[in-house]
Write a protein that binds this ligand. Structure first.
Ligand SMILES: [Fe+2]
Length: 235
């Protein structure tokens, strides 16, 4: 009897796992609720071709900061929209999207400002190590040139690293949003914009394609209010 009971339990568990793996419908009345999801906004063609070309021409010649983990990646200095009419135009296109994305993060339309912007020039073989962005709430990337499919921006869960880790990670398992620890963002086209919470870890795998140019930025809200305990930010 004991053995049969164990077999039965094992069998139910296997059926349940198989149903999830095969994306089969759940039993009537059952549901899976994705708790506390992380927003990621993708806006195709957020910047028009004229502006994208102008940014590439103007800023790809001014990347004078070496990346500290890749010889084939360089950056401009931190820029502000007021540094160039091109950046003013870019900020005008991006800011309404910040308000929309910020409403997801904080539950109301707030005032948002682009605190700093910079251009990344990644030559073949270049890569960007895993990082996130400090002193910021919304970060984003505008893709200015075609991106090789192997060099799409990858987002990952915070790596932790302070305790033993247990994983079920092999060819026979089916990754999903509930068990994956990294996510490869969709193939971008020049002019496409993505927005994500600044705490989210991300990286760019080695560039197997042509020179890859992106513009990144950080944004802050003017003010956050928690039942009268308010804090204001200025960039
Ligand atoms: Fe970044």
């Amino acid at each position: 009897m004991k053995t049969a009971g164990l077999l039965c339990l094992h069998s139910l568990s296997f059926d349940h796992a198989l149903r999830i793996a095969m994306n089969a419908p759940l039993p009537p009345g059952a549901e899976v609720i994705g708790l506390f999801p992380t927003p990621f906004m993708r806006v195709p063609q957020a910047l028009d071709a004229r502006l994208v070309d102008g940014l590439v021409q103007h800023f790809s010649a001014s990347t004078d900061r070496e990346n500290n983990s890749s010889d084939n990646l360089s950056h401009t200095a931190m820029l502000k929209p007021s540094d160039s009419p091109l950046l003013v135009d870019a900020a005008r296109a991006i800011t309404p999207r910040l308000v929309e994305f910020g409403t997801l993060l904080f539950g109301e339309p707030l005032g948002w400002s682009l605190k700093e912007m910079w251009v990344n020039v990644m030559d073949p073989g270049g890569r960007q190590a895993m990082h996130n962005h400090a002193n910021s709430f919304i970060s984003g990337v505008v893709y200015l040139t075609p991106t090789h499919p192997q060099s799409r921006t990858v987002f990952m869960k915070s790596p932790g690293g302070h305790d033993f880790a247990f994983k079920n990670d092999h060819a026979g398992m089916t990754p999903s949003e509930y068990n994956a620890d990294k996510w490869i963002s969709p193939q971008p086209e020049p002019g496409d914009l993505v927005l994500f919470p600044s705490y989210l870890m991300h990286a760019v795998p080695p560039n197997l394609g042509e020179r890859r140019i992106t513009m990144a930025f950080n944004a802050i809200p003017t003010r956050l209010d928690s039942w009268g305990y308010a804090i204001s930010f200025s960039g």
